[in-house]
Design a protein around this ligand. Structure first.
Ligand SMILES: Cc1ncc(COP(=O)(O)O)c(C=O)c1O
Length: 377
């Protein structure tokens, strides 16, 4: 059997990793400013994380949600504290798409309505409703096409107001990324997030903050939407949550009532995933990683703005997009091939920086030096 080839691959085989350093099978060293696609939040193979997962594996790796799993409760408590949502409730699942799928489903159950508002360039995942709310027709299968999702222009207050005025009583939810990732590191404006909150309040719709990529401390606060000063009803999360161990979740406002069978999953909330997530939160707290993400992110953003070849630098904290002109389309490739630095991208020509939240100034400077050299090449 061969692999079903759905990903274009870099010809690199990474066999070892520590912090933000990676090594291939020949011993060649790389710098990871991509964080395995915004997943590595506390650095690769962090000793606390490795110790906690190893210890758990020796005890029990998995049992079903039909029994008490105290580490789930511990995770909920700790996440409530770190995220500033102690009164919210937690539902655990396995990925970002599944988190959004459950958020949308819960909104529909709660309101009894069918319409979802999503925005241009949004990415919410590849499962049925999550992909229907994703603005990329090439990944939406015919079976997933639905008139229940209405796309509006991102950050367009007038379009949003008009939509609520014409069919607000049919709208179950508005789903929005605090900073669009796949869409090119584009930030939802503070007035726009405030407007979503007030329209959802007026029309009894649900405000879903997709925090899968922009959340979990990456921007310097736990959920980037919260920069707006208003609170969402449901926050979805995944990537940084398990530092590579698959886990996703939704944090749910106390206004939603749980009932047995409403949501469910076999693997969600298993012992190993929860211990990984608790270890991540331990490190985020002990090493002040939110503060570090903000400090190093501010530094990188202000330094990147000095390059006059760069069209625009967008983002917050350690979620940074560098928009380059077409003639510099080689930069991302050169960073990997000539400087052994992994970065991400968004089409057509945005470099995405999504490193671990514990990178230091020396790593930031190594990147800036390599970036400068690549621009000159
Ligand atoms: C904002 C956002 N939402 C949802 C997802 C889907 O997450 P997953 O790939 O874990 O299903 C992603 C993945 O890139 C994402 O960036």
């Amino acid at each position: 059997m061969e692999l079903f080839k759905v990903y274009p691959l870099n010809p690199v085989n990474i066999v070892k990793a520590q912090g933000s350093t990676l090594w291939d099978q020949t011993g060649k060293e790389y710098l990871d400013l991509y964080g395995g696609h915004a997943v590595i939040s506390i650095g690769h193979t962090h000793p606390h994380y490795v110790a906690k997962i190893t210890e758990q594996l020796h005890n029990i790796g998995f049992y079903s949600n039909s029994i008490e799993i105290p580490i789930q409760t511990q995770l909920a408590k700790q996440l409530g504290e770190v995220s500033g949502k102690a009164d919210f409730n937690l539902f655990l699942c396995n990925s970002g798409a599944e988190a959004n799928e459950n958020a949308l489903k819960l909104a529909s159950f709660h309101t009894g309505r069918k319409k979802i508002i999503s925005f241009s360039k949004a990415f919410h995942g590849r499962t049925s409703l999550a992909v229907a709310a994703t603005d990329n027709p090439s990944i939406v299968a015919p079976v997933n096409e639905t008139d229940n999702v209405v796309f509006l222009p991102f950050n367009d207050e007038e379009a949003l107001t008009n939509a609520f005025q014409s069919f607000g009583d049919e709208i179950a939810a508005v789903i929005i990324e605090g900073i669009q990732g796949v869409g090119g590191i584009r930030e939802a404006s503070i007035p726009f997030l405030k407007l979503i909150r007030s329209l959802c309040d007026t029309y009894n719709s649900v405000f879903i903050a997709d925090s899968v990529q922009c959340g979990y401390g990456r921007t310097g606060i736990f959920y980037s939407h919260d920069y707006s000063g208003v609170e969402a009803d449901i926050y979805s999360m995944a990537k940084g949550m398990g530092n590579g161990f698959p886990i996703g979740a939704i944090s749910i406002s106390p206004k939603f009532k749980a009932s047995f069978g409403l949501l469910g999953t076999t693997f969600g909330g298993n012992h190993l995933a929860c211990v990984a997530a608790v270890a991540v939160l331990d490190v985020i707290q002990e090493e002040n990683l939110l503060e570090n993400a903000k400090r190093i992110g501010d530094y990188l953003i202000s330094e990147l703005k000095q390059f006059n070849q760069v069209l625009e630098v967008r983002g917050r904290g350690l979620m940074i997009g560098i928009e380059l002109p077409e003639e510099l389309a080689h930069v991302k490739k050169d960073l990997l091939s000539k400087h052994a630095i992994f970065t991400g991208e968004a089409k057509p020509n945005v470099i995405r920086i999504l490193p671990a939240l514990n990178i230091n100034q020396e790593i930031a400077d190594r990147f800036l030096t390599a970036f400068e050299q690549t621009l000159k090449a």
